[in-house]
Design a protein around this ligand. Structure first.
Ligand SMILES: Nc1nc2c(ncn2[C@@H]2O[C@H](COP(=O)(O)OP(=O)(O)OP(=O)(O)O)[C@@H](O)[C@H]2O)c(=O)[nH]1
Ligand SMILES: [Mg+2]
Ligand SMILES: [Zn+2]
Length: 364
C-alpha cells in the first residue's frame, strides 16, 4: 500500500538522519577523547568536590579543564553514560578510554564539551561494586557505591531461594546491608501468604529484615519505605517479581525522572535493560537513591574459596574454627559445630543446604 510505503520511506530517512547525527557526535566526541588520552591521566582526587583548577588553559580538544566536576552515573548504555551533576542536572557523557567500566552509582569526574554533553575523565574510587555474570559467564559490574541490597521475591514467578541466598552472600562479601522484599502478596490468600512469609522466617534473625509488600493491594509498600531514607538501595531479583512496579510506587515522579533522563541524554527509555538510579523524594526518604535493575534468571558467585563462602553466611561465620577438623566441609565429619548448631535449632537446615549447594557448585 502506498501509504505504508511512504511511512516506511519516512521512517528510513529519519533513521538515516539520526544515524548521521549520531556518527557526527561520535566522531566529535572521539576527537575529544583522543586528545585527552594523549595527556596525563587525570587524578580523581584533584577535582573532587568540584574544586576548580586554576589554569584555564583548555586542552587542544577544547575541553575547559576548569569546569571539571564530580558527578554520579545514573545510567549506562555501553560507552554512553547519564551523569547527574552536583545540582541534579543530567548530562550525556562518554567515558575516556582506559577508565574501566563506570556503572550506575559510580562517582566520576567529568567535563562538559557542549551543553548537555560531556566527557568522563576519571572514575572515583568505589566503596563497593556489585557484579554479576553476563550471558557469556564473565563477571560484569552492575552498580557501585551501594549501601543496601533489597532482594525481591514474589509468589510469581516462583521464588528461587537459591538466588536469594546468593544475593545475600554477595551483600555480606561487599560489606553492605541487605533485606528481603516479599512482593506481590496480594496474589495470595491469607493462608498461602502466611506460608510464603513462614519460608522467609529465618532471615530477620540473620540480620535481613523481611518487608511484606504489594503494589496492587494490601499490605502496600510502607514496610519497604521505612528502610530507604538516606540509602543507596538497589532492587534485585528475578524478572517479573515486581521491582520496577515498586520503583514506580516509591517514586511518584518516576515518569518525570525518566523523561528528564531521556530528554537530557536519550538514555532513559530502556530502563528495563540496564540499571537505573533514581532520587527518592526528600520528604519520604531523605536524600535516598533507588536503583532499579534488570531481572535475572540466575546469579552465580564465582571463584570463591570455602572460607569466603562461609563469610557470606553469618551463621556459619560465627562458628569458624569450632569444628574438629580445620577443613571441615560440614557434611558428615565428626564433631562438626555446624551440624551441632543445626540440631540445636541455631542454624536453619535450609540455609545449610544452600551453603552446600553453593560450596559444591562454586568453590574452586
Ligand atoms: N498482583 C500483583 N502484580 C504485580 C505487583 N507488582 C508488579 N506486578 C505485576 O508483575 C509483573 C512484573 O512486574 P515488574 O515490576 O515489571 O517486574 P520487574 O521485577 O521489574 O521485572 P524485570 O524488569 O523483567 O526484571 C507486571 O505485570 C506487574 O503488573 C503486585 O504487587 N501485585
Ligand atoms: Mg523491571
Ligand atoms: Zn563442620
Amino acid at each position: 500500500m502506498p501509504k505504508r510505503r511512504l511511512s516506511e520511506h519516512q521512517r528510513r530517512r529519519i533513521l538515516a538522519i539520526q544515524e548521521r547525527r549520531r556518527q557526527r557526535l561520535e566522531s566529535r566526541t572521539q576527537a575529544v577523547l583522543d586528545a585527552l588520552d594523549t595527556e596525563q591521566p587525570e587524578v580523581a582526587a584533584d577535582v573532587s568536590g568540584g574544586a576548580r583548577g586554576a589554569g584555564a588553559q583548555g586542552s587542544s580538544a577544547d575541553v575547559p579543564q576548569q569546569a571539571s566536576q564530580q558527578g554520579r552515573v545514573v545510567v549506562r548504555h555501553g560507552a554512553h553514560l547519564g551523569v547527574e551533576d552536583e545540582v541534579g542536572e543530567l548530562h550525556h557523557c562518554v567515558a575516556r578510554r582506559h577508565l574501566g567500566h563506570p556503572v550506575c552509582g559510580d562517582l566520576v569526574v567529568w567535563a562538559p564539551t557542549e551543553p548537555g554533553r560531556g566527557v568522563v575523565t576519571a572514575l572515583c574510587p568505589r566503596d563497593n561494586v556489585l557484579s554479576r555474570p553476563d550471558y557469556g559467564g564473565r563477571d560484569k559490574p552492575l552498580a557501585a557505591n551501594l549501601s543496601l541490597l533489597a532482594v525481591v521475591v514474589a509468589p510469581q514467578p516462583p521464588p528461587s531461594g537459591f538466588l536469594l541466598d546468593q544475593y545475600l552472600v554477595a551483600a555480606e562479601l561487599m560489606g553492605v546491608r541487605a533485606l528481603v522484599v516479599a512482593a506481590k502478596l496480594d496474589l495470595l490468600d491469607p493462608h498461602d501468604r502466611r506460608a510464603f512469609l513462614d519460608a522467609l522466617a529465618p532471615y530477620p534473625a540473620l540480620g535481613y529484615p523481611v518487608c511484606p509488600v504489594s503494589t496492587k493491594g494490601e499490605p502496600g509498600i510502607g514496610a519497604l519505605l521505612t528502610h530507604l531514607p538516606g540509602e543507596t538501595a538497589i532492587l534485585l531479583g528475578q524478572s517479573g517479581v515486581g521491582k520496577s512496579s515498586l520503583v514506580q510506587q516509591l517514586l511518584p515522579d518516576q515518569d518525570i525522572q525518566v523523561g528528564r533522563l531521556s530528554a537530557a541524554t536519550g538514555l532513559g527509555r530502556h530502563t528495563t535493560s540496564t540499571a537505573t538510579c533514581y532520587r527518592l523524594s526528600p520528604d519520604a526518604a531523605a536524600g535516598g537513591r533507588l536503583i532499579d535493575s534488570p531481572g535475572v534468571r540466575s546469579f552465580r558467585l564465582a571463584g570463591l574459596s570455602q572460607a569466603q563462602l562461609e563469610d557470606g553466611f553469618p551463621e556459619l561465620r560465627t562458628l569458624r574454627g569450632q569444628c574438629r577438623f580445620r577443613d571441615c566441609r560440614h557434611l558428615d565429619e565428626p564433631d562438626c559445630a555446624v551440624h551441632t548448631a543445626v540440631a540445636a535449632g541455631g542454624i536453619h537446615p535450609q540455609r545449610l543446604a544452600r551453603f552446600q549447594q553453593l560450596r559444591e557448585g562454586l568453590v574452586r
